[in-house]
Design a protein around this ligand. Structure first.
Ligand SMILES: [Zn+2]
Ligand SMILES: [Zn+2]
Length: 260
């Protein structure tokens, strides 16, 4: 399955839902969950782009067209789920979603690539992880998206982060996830970035497992149809090496374990 996908219903997506479903079937993927960007904050780029009515009616068309060979779930990826959380809840409560990813894409209204300007490695990652902690403490989500995403933007100028330096704050984040019954995403898009590493790193996945974390989803975060399922063989092998036995799918925001 692929549980992180963007189509033309996201401001930065390139493919139609149908093209993505077609690609999934060709690659032998059995289940997809679309997770289009959504925000209620007028100051972020994704605001006002997603038309739920159109999105859901196209999903229904795909469900009919691919009913024999593909399970299709409807989700969203929310920017900064801890901000405007009342408005978000209000907007999403009647949408009958299967899955919500909570992600930090902006800090203090700045895109991450701008947020890191004039910061050193420690300041940048510390600020980012603090924001993620706020997101998982307050936001309504099923899964935390691409924890440690900042390394994609920081890698070339500030480098990757040294895990032991941030183990305390990462432990706080992961404990909060477990306490609130929120899962963690293994996102393979990092393999396609300069850092060439999954989000989050193996150290973080192992820490999550050691703390008692179980709920993991896997997603390519692809913005075009040919990238669906990219890096999943490696991703699944990494999960197995960390002793995870399952990845999860979601239906109406309820997790289902699938053996790996
Ligand atoms: Zn994202
Ligand atoms: Zn995404």
């Amino acid at each position: 399955m692929d549980y992180h996908l963007h189509s033309q219903h996201s401001f930065d997506g390139k493919s139609t839902l149908s093209a993505i479903c077609n690609s999934a079937v060709n690659k032998g993927i059995k289940e997809v969950c679309f997770t289009e960007h959504f925000s209620v904050d007028p100051e972020v780029p994704t605001y006002g782009y997603l038309d739920f009515h159109k999105y859901f009616s196209e999903i229904d068309e795909c469900k009919n067209k691919y009913s024999k060979n593909l399970i299709i779930r409807k989700g969203v990826e929310i920017c900064e789920p801890h901000l405007n959380s009342k408005k978000l809840q209000q907007t999403l409560k009647d949408k009958d979603l299967d899955f919500i990813i909570g992600s930090v894409h902006n800090i203090d209204k700045l895109k991450l690539r701008n947020y890191i300007k004039n910061k050193n490695n420690f300041e940048a990652y510390k600020g980012y992880f603090k924001e993620v902690y706020n997101a998982v403490s307050l936001g309504d989500m099923d899964i935390l998206g691409h924890l440690d995403l900042l390394k994609r933007y920081a890698y070339n100028d500030l480098g990757n982060y040294i895990f032991p330096k941030f183990e305390d704050i990462l432990t706080k984040i992961l404990k909060k996830l477990i306490e609130r019954n929120i899962g963690l995403e293994l996102n393979t898009s990092g393999l396609r970035s300069d850092v060439k590493e999954i989000f989050p790193s193996v150290h973080v996945l192992k820490l999550y497992k050691n703390l008692g974390g179980e709920i993991i989803t896997i997603g390519s975060d692809s913005h075009s149809s040919e990238l669906i399922g990219e890096g999943f063989k490696l991703g699944i092998n990494i999960l197995k090496s960390c002793d995870f036995k399952y990845v999860f799918t979601f239906e109406k925001r309820k997790p289902n374990a699938v053996k790996i």
